[in-house]
Design a protein around this ligand. Structure first.
Ligand SMILES: O=C[C@H](O)COP(=O)(O)O
Length: 253
């Protein structure tokens, strides 16, 4: 049975002192072991990547990621970082295509495809985020929309490469302060569509968007869901540890 992936992106939050505090508390509580059948991961801001890597230490049960990386290995791309630089700083995961990057920073299906390929080329796990707007959902187009995003980004991969990819379905309407938590009923169909195409072929099919201590267990119970990608609830380490406990206690069919 593959582990449940339970992780957090800090988005544009946390000073180095805050990053140290969160990570040190996590390391102390985990004491070198991941909770049963759970793969924890954390995705800090770029500035904290190497600090978090040092605190996690070598052979940590917690994987480390970056929130974005360019598809070129180096060059005149002001403001960007490359996958080799992310790897050099200690990252094992590259988050790609979060809706905030698609909306505000011009991320497209084509750039997500290039970034997935670059991550795999350097042996890092692409964490591909997909998700539809409220307008697309209201028009009944959620599953078709997210499948198009996934297929576009993963086009041309071999089965072996696909097996290194993690997909996170994060409906835009469910993310952040302005989002509304999705009900289990609303997520069954999109996950059935994703599961029909990718279940068993990718490393994980995660759900993200207003995950809380109240809804986490129910979300993990949705067919084909094999993990959670969490923002606000995990930014306090106690919240993250509680989510890991919920994951460890989850009975899988
Ligand atoms: O990357 C995480 C997601 O965007 C979810 O954020 P949230 O849990 O604060 O809604």
């Amino acid at each position: 049975m593959k582990p449940l992936w339970i992780g957090t992106s800090w988005k544009m939050n946390k000073t180095l002192a805050e990053a140290r505090e969160w990570t040190s508390a996590l390391v102390e509580k985990l004491d070198g072991r991941a909770p049963k059948a759970v793969q924890p991961f954390v995705i800090p801001s770029f500035t904290a990547t190497s600090t978090v890597a040092q605190i996690l230490g070598e052979d940590s049960p917690v994987l480390l990621g970056v929130q974005n990386a360019h598809w070129e290995d180096a060059g005149a791309w002001t403001g960007e970082i490359s996958v080799p630089q992310a790897k050099d700083a200690g990252a094992q995961i590259v988050e790609i295509g979060h809706s905030e990057r698609r909306e505000h920073f011009g991320e497209t299906v084509e750039t997500t495809r290039l970034k997935v390929a670059a991550s795999l080329r350097h042996g890092l796990t692409p964490l591909l985020c997909i998700g539809e707007s409220a307008e697309v959902k209201d028009a009944g187009g959620s599953s078709a929309f997210i499948l198009e995003q996934a297929r576009g980004a993963l086009e041309g991969l071999t089965e072996a490469q696909l097996a290194d990819v993690v997909i996170a379905y994060e409906p835009i309407w469910a993310i952040g302060e302005k989002g509304r938590p999705a009900t289990v009923e609303e997520l069954v169909e999109p996950f059935a569509a994703l599961g029909a195409e990718y279940s068993g072929r990718v490393k994980g099919l995660l759900y993200g968007g207003s995950v809380s201590l109240e809804n986490a267990a129910d979300l993990l119970g949705i067919e084909h869901v094999t993990g959670l990608f969490v923002g606000r609830t995990a930014w306090k380490v106690e919240g993250y540890l509680e989510l890991l406990r919920i994951g460890a206690g989850h009975e899988r069919g």
